[in-house]
Design a protein around this ligand. Structure first.
Ligand SMILES: NC(=O)c1ccc[n+]([C@@H]2O[C@H](COP(=O)([O-])OP(=O)(O)OC[C@H]3O[C@@H](n4cnc5c(N)ncnc54)[C@H](OP(=O)(O)O)[C@@H]3O)[C@@H](O)[C@H]2O)c1
Length: 380
């Protein structure tokens, strides 16, 4: 499990609209429930579908959670946060299945269809990723009345937003060419004739203004860009987003934007959202950054757009297929920067992940609504 460094101020800094968690008064006889982690804040999106897994009045004396791994220090922290919980670790999937009847909660890696069926006491499953597309075909998990399914949305925002600008700036400042020059000990212009551009005054469209998208938008604003966004709901956009539209408006926005950053979940609505029609609508010479999922983009249409110059460049942390085969055409295009699905890598991501997990464990033990509940119908 991740190192538990409780840096609550990091979450505060990351959330544009926050709500300090307040513990409801405990009913008579249960006065010893622990308080929230000091300073922990849940943003509005974390709370949007918050749902109680086991109501306080129905909590058994001991709740059992099957976790993948916990250090001794993790256990000390969790014993403080959720004293009525017992953590079982070190189980293979087969061992977990044999003991399924004991589990009240578990990490998603244990929650096979057979496990969910056998685990009659199971009320909560925690995914350790933000994207849950790989579970959407599992109605017993994502559509269950009995089980609350939660994800890690939002925790990757700061690191991924940095990565978006690392990829974008590499393209707009022509760094791959200069790095090649550096390897050759060559002082001179980068090869190729793509011009370097400045971001100031350009229009950035963030497709998916969620936990990650908001951090991308914040950085775009810091670069002096005009920031637009789309999102599915009517949740308000922060001040640094000049225009926020519903998904249906996408094709209308594309002719006017210089950079598109994809930060949507992969759902039935977003699969191949960027297809030949979307690329044709895009302003010629725009840049695309995809940190969402490879399947949000039609790879053939992407390659065509890169070859024709419709796209000046693309920074891709995710691809379709993944991993990208060694002989894939995308590797060979000069105007592409590829990283192998590592955009979230950072100690900060691990800290934020731990904080959210620990807070959900505390909430579970206290019979309070869990954060980041997945909407199985919406697909995220
Ligand atoms: N590259 C990586 O390593 C990596 C790491 C983490 C996550 N991801 C990917 O990034 C995705 C987003 O993560 P997150 O933490 O930002 O999740 P999130 O907070 O749930 O944000 C998702 C956003 O997408 C919006 N959305 C949903 N459907 C849309 C549509 N059809 N058109 C436009 N916007 C739409 C949602 O709108 P509402 O706010 O209105 O609901 C929400 O703002 C994940 O699902 C995952 O696939 C990749």
């Amino acid at each position: 499990m991740l190192r538990p460094v409780l840096v609550a101020s990091l979450l505060l800094a990351a959330c544009s609209s926050v709500e300090q968690f307040r513990q409801e008064p405990a009913p008579a006889g249960t006065a010893s429930m622990p308080p929230a982690a000091p300073g922990f804040v849940a943003d509005e999106a974390m709370l949007r579908r918050a749902r109680v897994a086991i109501p306080r009045e129905a909590l058994p004396a001991k709740l059992v959670y099957f976790a993948s791994e916990l250090t001794e220090q993790d256990r000390v922290e969790l014993a403080r946060a959720a004293p009525n919980m017992e953590f079982v670790t070190g189980l293979s999937n087969e061992q977990a299945l044999a003991r399924a009847g004991e589990a009240h909660g578990c990490d998603v890696r244990f929650a096979s269809a057979a496990f969910v069926k056998a685990a009659t006491n199971l009320r909560w499953v925690q995914a350790h990723s933000a994207g849950v597309d790989r579970y959407l075909g599992r109605p017993e998990l994502v559509q269950s009345e009995r089980i609350v399914f939660t994800n890690m949305r939002g925790v990757h925002g700061p690191a991924i937003a940095d990565h978006v600008f690392a990829g974008l700036l590499a393209l707009t400042r022509r760094l791959p060419g200069y790095l090649e020059n550096q390897r050759q000990g060559r002082w001179g212009a980068a090869p190729g004739d793509a011009p370097a551009i400045a971001l100031h005054g350009r229009t950035l469209l963030v497709v998916g203004l969620g936990g990650i998208g908001t951090e991308i938008a914040r950085r775009g604003h810091g670069f002096g860009m005009r920031v637009w966004a789309t999102r599915r709901s009517e949740a308000p956009a922060p001040d640094f987003v000049a225009r926020c539209e519903r998904p249906e408006k996408l094709l209308e926005l594309l002719p006017e934007v210089d950079v598109v950053a994809l930060a949507v979940p992969l759902t039935a609505q977003t699969e191949r959202l960027f297809d030949a029609q979307a690329f044709a609508a895009l302003k010629p010479g725009a840049y695309l950054v995809n940190i969402a999922r490879g399947k949000v983009v039609d790879t053939t249409a992407l390659i065509d757009a890169l070859r024709s110059g419709r796209l000046a460049g693309a920074a891709l942390d995710v691809t379709d297929p993944e991993p990208l085969p060694a002989d894939h055409e995308l590797w060979k295009l000069p105007n592409v920067v590829i990283t192998p699905h590592v955009a979230a890598d950072a100690e900060l991501t691990e800290e934020r992940h731990w904080e959210l997990f620990a807070e959900n464990l505390r909430r579970f033990g206290a019979g309070e609504p869990l954060l980041n509940v997945v909407d199985g119908t919406a697909g995220y």
